[in-house]
Design a binder for this molecule. Structure first.
Ligand SMILES: Cc1ncc(COP(=O)(O)O)c(C=O)c1O
Length: 390
């Protein structure tokens, strides 16, 4: 069926975080919210149908994830990424961030050094710091708006005794889909210095322009043995409110330790609606996903062309993956706080401040373009007028 991604759907009435927290975080609830990384699109019809069927059953008691759930995950990964996953090494969890936090807290030791590549998704910082592990920030290199891993710096950090690296692949917020060669080179450093990798691949189905995502654990058997991969259907199919994800371990011992931790907390994570929704997504969601990716590509082109033509002081490159655009606003001459205030109070648009992703995000803003184009048109027009009056 043909999906209509132009449809504007009310999200305020469903307490969507991007609306509900506007006043608290940005000072007004009337801003155009282009910050939280979820999509303003209705999900694939087979997901809605499966959830309706599940509701019709009428009983929502304690539930288990069937074996077929994990088969569906494996099949989807095999089909879209040619990645063979051993079902026995897979655990279900409440989300990618809860998984990463639990891995850091329970599978590393206090004081262990953990590398992240900045600018990067803010909760990575907190996951490390709140567990009293030491954060080692390896800044990405920016060349003409495109970001690259900084291997010299990574090796330097490795020599400082790093034990873990949290990889963001594809990378939020800069939109890079790391190539096989880039990941392999990173992997070589990790193997040389005995660094284990937590590979956050939550955006790995949101790949644009025919780019190719390489699962880090699929590069070689050696890398598989040092990698814990975190994936999820929730980002891909816009189901974040159902709180569910998958973790893939290199061996049964680590999986067992992880599972035991959740057991002790009495967290099953088997929300019955998420089972129905995610199985339907993996089995029947690809038609929607393909149309979604086309629509996001068109939105990206629309936004890029608009900035180039009407707001050239703000530079923007097309992301290779994700639905997030990284706006270089440095020419406006505003610092992080001033830039956010300018975008909210003068342009009426709420975006994530670049400094949220690390100090090298100063002067940047992250814009979520997974919304109907009419909303982007309005936001861009408001930004254009505000910049012209600056
Ligand atoms: C890189 C990255 N990891 C994790 C998450 C959060 O995932 P979850 O909602 O499954 O905890 C996000 C959400 O934006 C993200 O961008």
């Amino acid at each position: 069926m043909k999906y209509n991604f132009d449809e504007i759907i009310d999200r305020k009435s469903t307490f969507a975080e991007k609306h509900a927290k506007l006043k608290e975080l940005y000072g007004s609830s009337e801003l155009i919210p282009l910050w939280v990384a979820d999509m303003d699109f209705k999900v694939a019809q087979p997901i809605i149908d499966a959830m309706k069927d599940r509701i019709e059953n009428g009983i929502f008691g304690y539930t288990m994830r069937p074996d077929s759930y994990f088969d569906d995950v494996c099949e989807f990964q095999k089909k879209r990424k040619n990645w063979n996953i051993d079902k026995k090494l897979m655990s279900s969890c409440l989300g990618v961030m809860p998984s990463i936090c639990m891995i850091i807290q329970k599978l590393t030791n206090p004081g262990d050094k953990v590398i992240i590549q900045t600018p990067v998704y803010r909760p990575f910082f907190n996951a490390v710091k709140q567990a009293s592990r030491e954060l080692l920030e390896s800044p990405l290199k920016e060349v003409d708006g495109r970001y690259y891993m900084n291997y010299e710096d990574l090796e330097e950090k490795a020599k400082q005794g790093a034990k873990y690296l949290i990889l963001c692949s594809p990378h939020n917020p800069v939109g890079r889909v790391w190539s096989f060669d880039e990941l392999k080179k990173l992997g070589d450093i990790c193997l040389k210095y005995g660094i284990k990798v937590i590979s956050d691949e939550i955006h790995s189905d949101l790949i644009l322009w025919g780019n190719k995502h390489t699962p880090f654990a699929s590069i070689s058997e050696q890398l598989r043995e040092i990698t814990i991969s975190c994936i999820s259907a929730t980002k891909t199919f816009n189901l974040a409110g159902l709180q569910s994800s998958i973790v893939i371990f290199p061996n049964e011992e680590l999986k067992h330790q992880f599972d035991q931790m959740w057991d002790k907390l009495h967290v099953e994570g088997n929300n019955c609606m998420s089972i129905a929704a995610i199985q339907a997504a993996f089995r029947h969601g690809e038609e929607w996903l393909e149309q979604l990716l086309k629509y996001i590509e068109e939105n990206v082109n629309f936004v890029k062309n608009y900035f180039d033509k009407y707001i050239p002081k703000i530079k923007v490159e097309r992301p290779e993956g994700t639905y997030l655009m990284w706006l270089d606003c440095r020419q406006l001459g505003l610092n992080g706080g001033q830039l956010t205030r300018f975008m909210t109070s003068k342009a009426g648009v709420a975006m994530s401040s670049g400094t949220y992703f690390g100090s090298n995000g100063e002067g940047f803003m992250r814009m979520n373009v997974a919304c109907p184009r009419a909303i982007l048109e309005k936001a861009l027009e408001q930004i254009r007028i505000a910049v012209s009056e600056l």
